[in-house]
Design a protein. Structure first.
Length: 58
C-alpha cells in the first residue's frame, strides 16, 4: 500500500501534469488515436469521471 501522506499538494499536480504529457506523447506517436469522433472522447471522459464523482458524493 502506498503512503500518500508524504506527498505535498504540488506533487499531485506534477503527477497530473506528467500524465497529461504522457498522453499527448502517445497521441503524437499514434495518429489514429486523434482521428476518433468527439463523442468517443466525451464517452471516455464521462466514464472515467463517474467513479470519483460517486465517491465524492457518497
Amino acid at each position: 500500500m502506498m503512503n500518500y501522506s508524504k506527498l505535498k499538494w504540488y506533487h499531485m499536480g506534477l503527477i497530473k501534469l506528467s500524465t497529461a504529457a504522457f498522453v499527448l506523447m502517445i497521441a503524437k506517436a499514434w495518429p489514429p488515436l486523434l482521428s476518433a469522433d468527439l463523442y468517443v472522447y466525451a464517452a471516455i471522459f464521462v466514464l472515467a469521471a463517474l467513479i470519483p464523482i460517486f465517491k465524492v458524493f457518497k
